[in-house]
Design a protein. Structure first.
Length: 336
């Protein structure tokens, strides 16, 4: 009798429980490309591979709950995986894992989050941090920080087109350098014009703080888009200053879009790599497109800079100075 009563009460409460829950959205994308990659280094064979070529495959869950008074709770967890094997990233929700509050004051989140510098980097790079020639190689080489764990993040509401962001990532170390990362940014958006600047310090070594900086801008007119950014990763120590500049354009015609990007990476010791990339995407529907991508990095005699796409980074061995990595791919992407 007691079990029957409990079951009846639970059935009656289910609609009320459902209405009290957050509105949850499941989203993601699947990207698969057949690629040929060559590091152009002695003893390193070229390879044919299958991986993401335009954007990393992922699945995410996000939701909000109205708390009244103009305030809401929010959350977002996002997991990455390889479409070639189905295996997940090393951290389950390593792409993003945050919970927070949003109101007239702006938005505050806690967890693992993208840095303000990365937000500007993505908004001002024509390849969308995906195709061969993307600026992801600046983050893959450890010179710039893309995500921060153990972080507290603030984003203001836009005011006359201006938005302010700040974040602190706690290193959680009991002794020695704190390993804390502190970063701020200011963004401006007015119509088709976007501009942003960001700065970060990283307490990595006792001898001094690493510093990161970005300035980027984007503008669209008709079927044309122009985007560019300049990034600096200045790590503690001699000859460690790294810079990367990107300048790109894209043109839409019908269901197709053509992208081109020029990139230059430099180290303070004279190492220089010039990147050249071109890609084309054709939309089959609002959610599905096919694409082709080509990129190369031409290094001078002191450099071994890498070439990156969403699912791969081609890095010549440190001993192969002057090697020129090159790659091309064709693939399909579907979002849901």
């Amino acid at each position: 009798m007691t079990l029957k009563m409990m079951a009846a009460l639970l059935a009656a409460a289910l609609p009320l429980m459902a209405s009290a829950q957050s509105a949850v959205t499941v989203y993601g994308q699947l990207d698969a490309a057949l690629a040929h990659e060559d590091a152009d280094a002695p003893g390193v064979a070229s390879r044919t591979a299958l991986h993401a070529g335009q954007a990393s495959s992922r699945i995410g869950f996000r939701g909000t709950e109205d708390l009244g008074g103009g305030m809401k709770a929010l959350f977002n967890v996002e997991a990455g995986y390889g479409i070639d094997t189905g295996m997940g990233d090393s951290a389950l929700f390593g792409r993003r894992a945050v919970v927070g509050l949003e109101g007239n004051f702006g938005q505050v989140t806690i967890g693992r989050e993208y840095t303000p510098i990365d937000n500007i980097s993505g908004a001002t790079h024509i390849l969308g941090q995906g195709f061969y020639g993307t600026n992801l190689n600046a983050f893959a080489n450890g010179r710039m920080t893309r995500r921060i764990s153990n972080s507290v993040n603030y984003k203001s509401k836009p005011m006359a087109g201006l938005k302010f962001s700040a974040a602190v990532g706690l290193g959680e170390t009991p002794a020695g350098p704190s390993q804390d990362l502190k970063t701020v940014s200011v963004e401006y958006q007015q119509g088709k014009l976007f501009a942003g600047i960001g700065y970060a310090t990283y307490d990595r070594l006792a001898s001094g703080n690493d510093r990161e900086m970005i300035f980027g801008a984007a503008y669209a007119v008709g079927a044309l888009e122009f985007k560019g950014n300049y990034m600096v990763g200045d790590q503690t120590g001699p000859n460690n200053r790294y810079t990367q500049a990107n300048l790109g354009a894209a043109m839409t015609f019908g269901a197709g879009k053509l992208y081109g990007n020029l990139q230059q990476s430099k180290l303070q010791n004279g190492a220089r790599g010039n990147g050249y990339a071109v890609s084309y995407a054709y939309s089959l529907s609002k959610r599905t497109n096919v694409y082709a991508s080509y990129g190369t990095t031409v290094n001078n005699e002191r450099a071994a800079f890498s070439l990156s796409a969403a699912g791969s980074t081609i890095t010549p061995p440190a001993s192969a100075l002057g090697a020129d990595p090159v790659a091309y791919a064709a693939g399909v992407r579907h979002t849901f």
